[in-house]
Design a protein. Structure first.
Lengths: 329, 329
């Protein structure tokens, strides 16, 4: 794959453990349905015991986005940290096999590769319990500044913000990408995370050109109702993109709000990765000079594919789907 | 779970690595589409490199059958061998979480837990490259004779036959289950395997009460056309069950051939596990005094569920599906 890349995504390197679950299980373990909770290794072991039969699938928010961009035919690299263990091998294999450049060296000591226990309830909502493991230790030395300088867009998941170990890595990436006029993009990731790390995320916002979030996240970020929240955020970021599940998405660009409907879906099996894949389509569009509404339409298409099956990465060729829908140029 | 169990299944403990693949990939690596090839660890590493992004899911033919029986509400235990490593933990978690009793101690030395690289081609056919690892070392001491003596049915996958290390384990299980009038069931597993291990499988047949195979397997086993093959096998086994994909199944019992149509399926995603789940439904029916035709119908229902998604174990409650279809008593 030729360097440099159009897009660099940065986030936690995670292997997902997906298990169908009852509606009650998350609550019984003190988790709120639809959110993410950080857990330690001991808690991960305990929770795994009570989970139903699972499938394992590479995940991580920004890594899913990178896989989506590659599945659309985009040029993309991923920056994140695994350990040199079995799960690290799985993560590395999958992201490279999906066409994403990934060459951050695996840690040779310390905690194992991160994993995320995902409880998928009957209504296809997912509740995540994440053990970050090695993923939390992405130091500034792991950020290849040249990749960020040369990229058109550097995209980071909100989960990287507010962690002591990764704070400087985030700043380094943002500074590097602005050096030659690249744009810095952030996903708010999770309403729970926004509440927990509001200060760090808020401080970063002035460096953010493109902001992604769902309704709950942007209202949590600002403490305002949706309309006002979008307006506030649009004062700080050039593009604000709000996803709303089946209701589609809203894009605020040049003082205009554009409403884009969701792509139709037969059966929603598992919403894991919906936001990540929406961002993938949107970013692919931006780096190919699409208008914002077209970017959102491509995002909706990519999200629709991933919620039709278990797992947060595309299982079909998104570029073929997009071509069939007349969304590729 | 109360001992004893209605059904004991015996087979290789395997974690599946499922990856969508082109039609050409199996051929390029010397494998025939739709069959299983045994590979060593080095070859597994080489093949994994060229596979696309994958998902990992517990598998193994007889283990899938056990998971299917449990998903129907049946009483079942599994006998097979893992190593005390990460994949072994995954296998153990998944089979227990699906409601199957499993307590063969993990090997603490020797090869790692077995895995099966499964290439799923666009027509939903699967080609399997299996590294048996620890699974191949199931010694007679690992077979709990009491479980086999007390079971109504002991079911074994053909893949256990013809391996030096497991030959005596198979004999021990067959002898034990006949002690108190239990029935011994065998799945032929794979036409490639039947060709390779015809002598061992043939020698076992006189101890087999219930035989499962698809069209290719039963004709490979006998060297005869389907009609004659069924008749020959029915001379040696009380029940002969032949699966035929979309064409349904044939059951030979009491000198009668019964034809049962396949259960309708919306979209076939991945045929991995279809035969295993058919056997699950059939065996559940037998241990609940169903007529052979009703056993086959339940088998078809279970097979239909598993081919509708990636992975060889049920992802929904089979007992609920069966109740809705009026097939549970």
């Amino acid at each position: 794959m030729d360097r440099p890349f159009d897009i660099i995504t940065i986030g936690h390197a995670i292997v997902d453990v997906l298990a169908p679950s009852s509606d009650d299980l998350p609550g019984a373990y003190g988790m709120e349905k639809g959110t993410m909770t950080l857990i330690d290794e001991e808690r991960a072991t305990e929770l795994y015991q009570v989970l139903g039969p699972a499938i394992e699938s590479s995940g991580g928010s920004a890594a899913n986005t990178a896989a989506g961009i590659a599945a659309l035919g985009g040029s993309v690299g991923f920056i994140g940290k695994v350990r040199d263990d079995k799960l690290g091998e799985v993560f590395t294999h999958d992201i490279r096999a999906s066409g994403v450049a990934f060459d951050v060296p695996a840690a040779t000591s310390g905690p194992g590769t991160g994993l995320c226990l995902i409880m998928v309830s009957p209504d296809a909502q997912r509740t995540m319990a994440t053990y970050l493991g090695a993923g939390a230790f992405l130091y500034p030395d792991d950020i290849d500044a040249n990749l960020c300088i040369e990229a058109k867009i550097v995209y980071i998941e909100g989960y990287m913000c507010g962690l002591h170990e990764t704070e400087w890595s985030v700043s380094k990436a943002a500074a590097a990408c602005h050096l030659k006029g690249g744009r810095f993009a952030l996903s708010l990731s999770d309403p729970y995370w926004v509440d927990l790390k509001a200060a760090s995320l808020g401080a970063l916002l002035d460096n953010v050109d493109i902001l992604f979030g769902n309704e709950e996240e942007v209202t949590a970020m600002t403490g305002s109702e949706l309309d006002l929240a979008m307006s506030e955020l649009a004062h700080r970021c050039e593009l604000v993109v709000v996803t709303r599940g089946a209701k589609g998405s809203l894009v605020v660009a040049n003082n205009q709000v554009i409403e884009v409907p969701a792509h139709p879906v037969d059966t929603v099996v598992d919403t894991t990765g919906a936001g990540d894949l929406f961002a993938a389509g949107f970013l692919y569009g931006l780096t190919h000079d699409y208008e914002p509404a077209d970017c959102a339409e491509l995002g909706s298409l990519a999200a629709a594919e991933v919620i039709g099956h278990l797992g947060a990465r595309p299982q079909t060729s998104l570029s073929k789907l997009a071509a069939e829908a007349g969304l590729l140029r």
